[in-house]
Structures are given as structure tokens and as C-alpha cells.
Ligand binder design. Structure first.
Ligand SMILES: [Zn+2]
Length: 121
């Protein structure tokens, strides 16, 4: 991918800036990057470990490169919201019951993210 290093730096700067702006420095988040083609165009997948206030975000640079800075910022806040709510989601045992709640978890996460974005305006 062309300009991969530049895109990696843009994503890292955005994520670290948003984390600082929300005063979430107490979360230890490792940023990882992939350039795998994803037909579903998933921009970022987060792996919070809520018990330790840490985890990772895996950014797909083939998708992030198509986003404006504002879009990337909104996705970053959504992913940070996953870290904030994962103590609930992460407590549900894996299995069909959890699978049935995936969309509900996404909606709740996005609601939190939108409230944060509104408060930042
Ligand atoms: Zn999500």
C-alpha cells in the first residue's frame, strides 16, 4: 500500500489525540495495523481487556486511508467507547446468547460515542 507509513502515523496521532482529549490516559491501548483486504470494510477492531484497563486496536489501513480526519475521529471515539463499556460486554460468556446481543452492544457503544462527540462540540 502506498503511503502506509504516513497513514499509520495519521491513525496513531488521531487515536492518541482523542484518548488524551477524553482524559483516558489510564487506558493502556496498543495500536496495531493491518493492510488485509476486507470486503466488509471494517476500519478498526478493538480488543479491550477491561480487567486491566488495557487492550489493543487493530486498524485496517486499506480502509482508514479512505476516511476523512473527521470520520477517523468518530471511529476512534466509537472504539474508545468499546473500552469504556467492555466491563459489561466482556462479562457475557461466549456463545449463542452473546452472539444474539452483538447488535445491541454495537448500538449501546455508538450511543455512548455520539454523546461524547456531542459534548466535545
Ligand atoms: Zn463497534
Amino acid at each position: 500500500m502506498r503511503h502506509e507509513e504516513g497513514e499509520r502515523a495519521r491513525v496513531r496521532l488521531c487515536a492518541e489525540s482523542m484518548q488524551a482529549a477524553l482524559e483516558l490516559g489510564w487506558l493502556d491501548i496498543e495500536h496495531k495495523f493491518t493492510t488485509t483486504h476486507d470486503p466488509e470494510k471494517t476500519c478498526c477492531t478493538s480488543y479491550p481487556e477491561w480487567k486491566y484497563r488495557q487492550g489493543s486496536m487493530v486498524w485496517n489501513l486499506t480502509v482508514t486511508v479512505t476516511l476523512t480526519d473527521d470520520e477517523l475521529e468518530a471511529i476512534t471515539i466509537h472504539e474508545l467507547a468499546h473500552f469504556l463499556t467492555d466491563c459489561l460486554w466482556g462479562s457475557i460468556p461466549e456463545g449463542p446468547k452473546k452472539e444474539a446481543l452483538v447488535n445491541l452492544n454495537e448500538l449501546a457503544t455508538e450511543n455512548v460515542a455520539r454523546a461524547i462527540m456531542a459534548a466535545m462540540r
